[in-house]
Design a binder for this molecule. Structure first.
Ligand SMILES: [Zn+2]
Length: 1050
């Protein structure tokens, strides 16, 4: 080892330059991380492949300024030098440095770190008078030469740099080592990677423009980090996350403080930031430091119903009472992400100056300020949506500077809008990479997949002994759960089985597929499509528990007393199954109802055999229903809630045109399947929590905050009902009683409000909470987790691994498997929680997108679809919030407009605008004009006209206008409405609903039901489980379309 001195010029946090001399040790052996290594390097971990045409060594400037290009997964064989990484850390800060580190860690990126400054032969000492930049470039070049020599000339090495002098100096110095510009590199080696070319253009343009900034200050400077730290410690400053108001993004923002409420009660609702100046260049989501303003400058929020998004209504607003108000003095961490923006139309006023190509683009998210970018494509891109990144926001600039990353397409087109929704929610779902697909098993006609005899020998084989079947939405491809039920011990006991796809058999921990699945965390279901968490070979084939084929499963089998249904024994383990029937909900329900139904699996059988099989299947379904009713009743006694969510699915034709928006159809069999899944999840939660008290992944649903129920309680009392929210049992019972026999919608609305008041259910590591916090409020269970959908939820994969380890603990003395520590497990849990939130938001946005598309093509003045019945569910100062059951839409209806006119209803109910006044009380709102007083009460039905409000820069929104204060009745038969497909579908749904209603009545009369069954045989629609699972957590749509999002309620 050789000792030398290294002289560094660092910038201190105050901005001063400091000269530091460090002892520096050089070694002969520094790992090269190349598969071509001839020198026995200690290459532990990721290794660059041998079968490339060249390795790439980017210069310091390239890593600092063009890291985004190096992040393309397509690029291979990249060597990051220590010199370049250190430069990033010093010039760009921690965030950018972490990005480099993440790239180096991520096995999906083909790049390694070379510690060139520790390598005896690649290290260069800095020469006297040599500039830092020139020396760094020399170091990188020397590293490139070292690689070429170290690999005995078997691999060409490309150094890429933006330094023209370096190209001139080094390009022909050493054969096999080439020095070229980034642009030449992309053109020669990646001519088809257009996205990288575009990104290069936009970054280099932004860099050029950066030099010509003005110097006039628009904002005050941010304070240095040590001043901020000291101020936070002394209590002078407050730190928190900036949250910009969605509806009043121009002026209102607040700081969500962390753990401050104990110190200062005033701050428990956060610190208010009014105006752009006081926001001082902080962007929504940034972690900031604020200073409180003197009390005389405190302000209140505006509380009136706000016109959609961003638009300010002046004059008539009511302000809440003043709250602690502050200003941003510094930023701890930027939380910038990729933003979708829209290029404005070029009307001449837009460009700041004639000779510049700088343009202000408008982010889709109202909360993000306009961004200035440099481009030569401003004309071609007008009205297009583009992804941009913010580079900086200087105190001399009114707007942040950024650069464009890629073009999504014209605003308003379906694909553009869907991509926008994904990017705005940080959902990244690229096609699965080749390297990842190489990990996958093969199943093709030439090479059919077969079970491994070794595996079969280790598993319990249920193929001959158990009648296994699945019940899913029609056309489902990813079947992750199957069921079995049989009578054993001479009829004394029942055996219930839940058999789940054994995904972890195929996805080993730490594999590329595992990493990608973890990153995605869930399958994403949008209104018209889905993005799978796992490649199709697993999700739709080898893991999918399809009918008639052998599959690996993870099973839970319960032995229940045939009379009391008490559990006498539980068995967990890996199995082999062959599902006999792949049923869909409507078919299963028809069999249960004794209606004639064709089971596809039995089609070809002779009638005698067919009847026998059909009887066997029907008996199993009945037994299952019997058990599920019992389980449900048990949970009901514990206080399980049954809530209501709006769920509508878009019916699409082959060209993806929407033909109808259809409410979901509830069947009892949904609930039966759901109940069995809840049971399995609960028992698996018990098992893993008991075995690993500190590191099990569970799911809790915290008790809601009492104050969130105020709207529910108030609205209910307006309808003459009392809602008791003290416990889940009390809430469930009082919701059951809050029924208006004249109007079933009232109960539905109240349940909807209860849903809104709930906290969200969350994954957590048992090591971090005390056991009384494990409770699942909605399901009324002391422990709960997710086990039943490993194909489309990563949490279930983690739980399967935990369960496997727990089973091993029972049988083996020393289970080899090491589990995630509780901290890592908690990180995983937080990551999945945040991705689930994103998935939910994306699904909601896509549903709204389709709702808007449905109405956009229609003329609201003439098309009868645009007129609908609506129910008032809340009263505001200047209008109403209503629910349109036909379309599942919730939206505001204004009773007062900007001109000061109010809605006035005539004798026939018809509404028109007249000048007048509005008066509001808790359960009604009245308008008074020359033609008299009109009153609108909670739960009144009114008629609204639905139209679309388009802004181009943001998403479209629905606009509801009251046209009558009477319920909407369809026109009389003599003037029939045009019978579009949508009415037909709705008619079908309605008839089916009536039919199943009648069936239930009939069923209730059947004598063979026990008392308990009669009591609880209900299909309260849709049950809590489907609610929590589908609406609150991740609303999953079972579209009856081939290749569409199919999801069970599991
Ligand atoms: Zn080596």
């Amino acid at each position: 080892m050789i000792k030398t001195e290294k002289i560094l010029h660092l910038k201190s946090s105050r901005g001063r330059k400091v000269r530091v001399v460090r002892e520096h040790y050089l070694r002969e052996k520094v790992p090269c991380y190349s598969a071509l290594c001839q020198a026995d390097c200690d290459n532990d971990g990721k290794v660059l492949p041998a079968d490339l045409t060249h390795y790439v060594v980017p210069d310091v400037g390239v890593v600092v300024d063009y890291l985004e290009i190096l992040e393309f997964r397509e690029l291979q064989g990249i060597v990051f030098t220590q010199t370049a990484c250190q430069a990033v850390q010093h010039n760009k800060g921690r965030r950018q440095y972490n990005r480099v580190r993440n790239l180096l860690k991520d096995p999906r990126h083909d790049c390694v770190l070379f510690a060139n400054e520790f390598q005896e032969y690649s290290y260069c000492e800095r020469e006297k008078g040599e500039s830092q930049e020139r020396w760094q470039t020399r170091c990188v070049y020397s590293a490139a030469v070292w690689y070429h020599d170290h690999l005995a000339g078997m691999m060409d090495v490309l150094m890429i740099t933006e330094d023209q002098d370096a190209i001139a100096r080094y390009s022909s110095l050493h054969s096999g080592v080439y020095v070229i510009s980034v642009q030449d590199f992309l053109q020669n080696f990646w001519p088809d990677l257009q996205a990288a070319h575009d990104l290069y253009g936009s970054i280099s343009q932004a860099l050029q423009e950066k030099e010509s900034e003005s110097s006039q200050k628009e904002f005050s400077e941010h304070l240095p980090a040590e001043v901020l730290e000291a101020g936070i410690k002394s209590g002078r400053y407050i730190k928190g996350t900036l949250n910009v108001s969605k509806h009043r993004a121009q002026n209102e923002a607040s700081i969500m403080t962390e753990g401050l409420s104990d110190k200062n009660k005033d701050l428990s609702w956060g610190v208010f930031i009014f105006g752009v100046k006081h926001r001082n260049r902080a962007v929504h989501g940034d972690s900031v430091v604020v200073e409180l303003l003197p009390k005389s400058e405190w302000r209140g929020r505006v509380t009136a119903l706000s016109e959609g998004q961003g638009e300010e209504r002046s004059g008539e607003e009511d302000e809440s009472k003043p709250m602690p108000t502050g200003r941003v003095v510094g930023i701890l961490q930027r939380n910038w992400r990729d933003y979708v923006v829209t290029f404005p139309p070029r009307d001449g006023t837009q460009s700041q100056s004639r000779n510049s190509q700088r343009i202000l683009v408008v982010p889709w998210d109202h909360r993000v300020p306009k961004i200035r970018i440099s481009t030569q494509q401003a004309d071609t891109l007008q009205d297009h949506r583009v992804v941009v990144r913010i580079d900086s926001w200087e105190s001399t600039s009114l707007y942040p500077n950024g650069h464009s990353v890629r073009v999504l397409g014209r605003a308003g087109e379906l694909e553009t809008e869907i991509q926008t929704i994904l990017i705005e929610n940080c959902i990244h779902v690229p096609p699965f990479s080749d390297a990842q697909l190489r990990e996958m098993p093969v199943n093709s006609p030439e090479k059919p997949w077969v079970m491994d005899p070794v595996q079969v020998a280790q598993r319990r084989d249920l193929r001959e002994t158990h009648l296994v079947f699945s019940i899913d939405p029609r056309g489902c491809e990813d079947v992750d759960d199957t069921l079995s039920v049989r009578s054993i011990a001479g009829g004394k006991r029942l055996e219930l089985g839940v058999h789940i796809a054994d995904v972890t058999h195929f996805v080993s921990e730490g594999s590329l597929t595992d990493l990608e699945a973890r990153t995605r965390a869930t399958t994403y279901y949008l209104a018209d499509r889905r993005y799978d968490m796992l490649p199709a070979i697993l999700s739709a084939d080898l893991c999918s528990l399809l009918g008639g084929v052998d599959r690996y499963a993870m099973s839970v089998l319960w032995e229940l007393d045939a009379e009391s249904l008490a559990v006498t024994k539980v068995w967990y383990g890996r199995t082999v199954i062959r599902s006999s029937y792949q049923l869909y909900y409507e078919l299963a329900q028809a069999l249960l109802n004794g209606e004639p139904a064709e089971v596809p699996e039995l089609e070809k059988l002779k009638s005698e055999e067919k009847d026998a099989k059909l009887a066997e299947l029907t008996q199993a379904l009945e037994m299952l229903t019997h058990v599920a009713r019992h389980l449900r009743a048990q949970r009901d006694r514990g206080g399980a809630l049954e809530l209501e969510g709006v769920e509508v699915r878009a019916q699409l034709d082959d060209e993806k045109n929407i033909t109808a928006l259809v409410p979901r159809q509830p069947l009892e069999v949904h609930e039966t399947v759901a109940e069995c899944m809840i049971y399995a999840n609960h028992w698996v939660a018990r098992k893993i929590q008991e075995t690993f008290p500190h590191q099990a992944l569970l799911r809790c649903h915290p008790q809601p905050r009492e104050e969130f129920f105020s709207q529910l309680v108030e609205s209910a009392s307006a309808g003459g009902f009392t809602i008791d929210t003290r416990t889940n049992k009390a809430l469930a019972d009082s919701l059951d009683l809050a029924v208006d026999p004249q109007d079933p919608l009232v109960n539905r609305l109240l349940r909807m409000m209860a849903t809104t008041a709930m906290s969200e259910a969350l994954y957590f590591s048992t090591g971090l909470l005390s056991q009384d916090q494990f409770y699942h409020y909605g399901l009324a269970l002391d422990r709960y987790t997710h086990f039943t959908s490993p194909i489309r939820r990563y949490a279930d994969i983690v739980v399967h691994r935990l369960l496997t380890a727990a089973i091993a603990m029972d049988t083996e003395a020393d289970p080899a498997k090491s589990l995630l520590g509780h901290k890592e497990l908690d990180e995983t849990a937080q990551h999945i929680n945040s991705k689930n939130r994103a998935a939910k938001r994306a699904q909601k946005l896509s549903t709204e997108l389709f709702q808007c598309l449905f109405f956009k093509e229609r003329d609201p003045q003439t098309d009868p679809h645009c007129v609908a019945d609506a129910v008032i569910y809340a009263i505001r100062d200047n209008g109403l919030l209503v629910f349109v059951p036909e379309y599942g839409v919730k939206a505001p209806v204004y009773l007062k407009n900007r001109e000061g006119q109010v809605v006035s209803a005539g004798e026939d109910g018809g509404c028109e605008w007249q000048s007048g006044t509005v008066r509001r009380s808790s359960d009604h709102i009245s308008t008074t004009s020359v033609s008299g007083t009109s009153t609108f009460r909670l739960f009144d039905h009114i008629t609204v006209r639905i139209s679309v409000r388009s802004t181009n820069f943001h998403s479209d929104t629905l606009n509801l206008e009251i046209i009558s204060n009477k319920p909407h009745s369809s026109p009389a038969p003599e003037e029939p409405r045009p019978q579009g497909r949508s009415q037909l579908v709705q008619e079908v749904v309605r008839l089916a609903e009536e039919a199943s209603q009648q069936e239930r009545v009939k069923e209730a009369r059947r004598p063979k039901l026990s008392k308990e069954e009669r009591e609880y045989q209900q299909s309260k629609t849709p049950n809590l489980y489907s609610l929590l699972e589908e609406v609150r957590e991740l609303a999953l749509m079972d579209l009856e379309m081939p290749k569409r999002g199919c999801a069970t309620t599991a």
